[in-house]
Design a protein around this ligand. Sequence first.
Ligand SMILES: [Zn+2]
Length: 262
Amino acid sequence: MLRRLLSPQYNRKRRVILMSVSPTRQAVWYAVKYFVFIIILMAVAAVLSAVFQFVKVSTESRAAYNPGRQKIIVDAGHGGGDGGAVSDSGLLEKNLNLELSLTLRDMLCAAGYDVIMTRSDDSMLTWEGAPSAKSGDLRARTEIASANPDALFVSIHMNKFPSASVHGVQLYYSPNHPASKSIASAIRDGVRAQLQPWNERPLKEAGSNIYVLDRIRSPAVLVECGFLSNAGEAAMLSHAEYRQALALVICSSLLDYLDKAG
Ligand SMILES: [Zn+2]
C-alpha cells in the first residue's frame, strides 16, 4: 500500500481527482463539515450540561435532606464458618442476614446516607489476638462502631426458639446510649404499622449475652427479623420480596427517627 501511495502514477491520479473538484464545491463541502462539527459540539455540550445539572440538583437535595451525611453501620450477623440459626428446611441465618443487609444498604444509600457494612460477603470478621474466631468476629464488629462513633449501628439477625409457634420481629437496644431505645422503638412502630399489626412483642434491653450491643457505646440496635424455628415465618423469610419489605420497613423507620431527631 505504501509503495502504491508513493508511486508517481498513484499521485498523478489523485491530483487529477482533486483538480476535478471545483473550488466552489470544496468550499461547500468544508462548510457542511464545519456545520456538522458545530452541531455535534452543541449536542455534547447540551448533554454534559444536563448531566451536570442533574448531579448538582440531586446532590443539593440530598444535602438538604441529610446535611451532616449521617453514617449508618449495617451489621449482617454471622457469616463464613458461623452460619447462625438454621431452619428445619435448611435456611442459614447468615445468608438471610446478608441479603437483607445488602438491600437495606442500597435503600439507605439511595436516601442519601453513608452506609458502612461490617461485612458484604460470606465471611467472618477477624481480630488479631482474639481467643477464638467467634470472639474475634464480634470484637471486629464493635471496633467498626468505635471507629465511627457518630454512626448509628443496626445489626440484622434471624431468631430461633425451642417453641415453634413463636414468631414475629423482635427489637433489642443497647443500654449504653439513650438514642438506642428510641431507634428500636421507631423500627418496632414501623414493623407494626407496615407489616405486623399483631406484633405485641416489647422492646428488650440487651444484656451481656448480646455482645455487640453490650459493648458498643454509640446508638445501637439489633433487629431479629423473624424466627427460623417457625415454619411459616421461615418460609416467608426465604422469599426475597419479604426480605425487601423488611428492609424497607427498617429503612423508612430509621428515616422517620432521623427526621424527628433533627
Ligand atoms: Zn443471629
